[in-house]
Design a protein around this ligand. Structure first.
Ligand code: NAD
Length: 353
């Protein structure tokens, strides 16, 4: 298989983890006889520094020509002036909107071997296997913003079609999994959530009558995620709630650095990135956990290139590496023994062979 993949390293630890993802994809190409061509482009702060644009024209063009996009992370103190009109995060939001990748899939799994890395009691972590489906191109992150000296507003808008299409994605995934769907909203307070709940109820009744579904308020969901995480199968929610709940859920897996994501639209072209940010506190030190990005590369193979066997091979190699006791600092616990980003990547590549 021939494929063109745009790589957007970004800022902070972004380049370190993106490079790990590319190394693993190169190894897969070699093992299976595929030809992956990589086009590296600017995003975020790197785009601002070079072209005064967090999502330069070349980046957009390359992404649109590609079969898939692998992104590291953006942002950092250098570009965090609250009065700045151009910010790194605008690059990712622009890209998500332009590529119309409205469905962000964030799998959250626990590994027994990492139970010690989690602050949650071990007995709660058994059998956790959740797919969070986050709406990605609507809601408060994309609404009109105003600001004066003493007040500020962020508009949150959802349209019926936006809710319908994300519910269809989540319900279809639930059908392929354990058949349980939890839709998370804040319908007791927000009008957008009341629309969300109405559309969800109607869509599920008409198109997915056999699914075991429920509505849950986001505050209760935040609590149940910690209290009884293994009871969830697919969670579907709007943009900001999904962003926050998945950072919380990452503590089940042991570290923010473990979780991958796939952002998908109507076509097979997808945007793949770890759920963490640019982690400026550890950038350039070889401390970044590359597992989330490497697992994102596996999702890229599965969802954009239809290479299921290769994707499963990467996921098995990550698991085998963790099972063998190899740890980056964030998941090392009290042992004090850990390897660098590059060593973790090589340990995973070794287990692909
Ligand atoms: P963050 O996710 O970058 O880091 C939070 C904490 O988790 C830090 O202590 C960090 O060291 C740790 N961490 C994150 N990824 C890790 C990894 N792979 N391995 C080991 N430890 C890891 O969140 P933050 O510190 O709140 O934000 C830093 C910058 O990232 C900000 O500018 C923010 O806007 C940006 N951000 C970008 C994205 C994105 O690119 N998609 C997402 C979230 C935040």
């Amino acid at each position: 298989m021939d494929a063109l993949i745009t790589v957007l390293p970004g800022d902070g630890i972004g380049p370190e983890v993106a490079s790990a993802g590319v190394s693993v994809l190169e190894q897969i190409a070699q093992l299976y006889g595929h030809k992956f061509e990589f086009s590296e482009q600017l995003i975020g702060g790197a785009g601002i520094d070079a072209e005064n644009d967090p999502c330069p024209a070349n980046t957009r063009a390359s992404c649109k020509e590609s079969d898939a996009i692998l992104l590291g992370a953006v942002g950092g103190p250098k570009w965090s002036d609250p009065n700045a009109s151009i910010r790194p995060e605008q690059g990712i939001l622009a890209l998500r909107a332009e590529l119309q990748v409205f469905a962000n899939l964030r799998p959250v799994n626990t590994m027994d071997e990492l139970a010690e890395a989690s602050p949650i009691k071990t007995d709660r972590l058994k059998g956790v296997d959740i797919m969070v489906v986050r709406e990605l191109t609507g809601g408060i992150y994309f609404g009109e913003k105003t600001r004066d000296q003493d007040s500020a507003t962020d508009l949150c808008t959802y349209h019926r079609y936006e809710v319908e299409r994300i519910i269809r994605v989540a319900a279809t995934l639930a059908q392929q999994r354990r058949g349980i769907l939890c839709s998370v909203d804040k319908a007791n307070v927000l009008e957008t959530s009341r629309l969300w709940r109405d559309v969800t109820t109607t869509t599920l009744a008409a198109e997915f009558p056999d699914l075991d579904s429920e509505h849950m308020l986001v505050d209760a969901a935040a609590m149940h995620l910690i209290n009884r995480p293994s009871s969830f199968d697919v969670i579907v929610t709007e943009n900001m709630f999904g962003d926050i709940l998945t950072d919380e859920a990452s503590m089940l897996a042991g570290s923010l650095g473990m979780l991958p994501s796939a952002s998908l639209g109507e076509s097979t072209r997808g945007l793949y990135e770890p759920i963490h940010g640019s982690a400026p506190d550890i950038a350039g030190k070889g401390l970044a956990n590359p597992c989330g990005t490497i697992a994102s590369a596996a999702m890229l193979l599965r969802h954009s290139l239809n290479l299921d066997e290769e994707a499963a091979k990467i996921e098995a190699a990550i698991h085998a590496t963790i099972a063998a006791g190899v740890r980056t600092a964030d998941i090392a616990g009290d042992s004090g023994h850990y390897v660098t980003t590059e060593e973790m990547t090589q340990a995973i590549i070794q287990r692909l062979q």
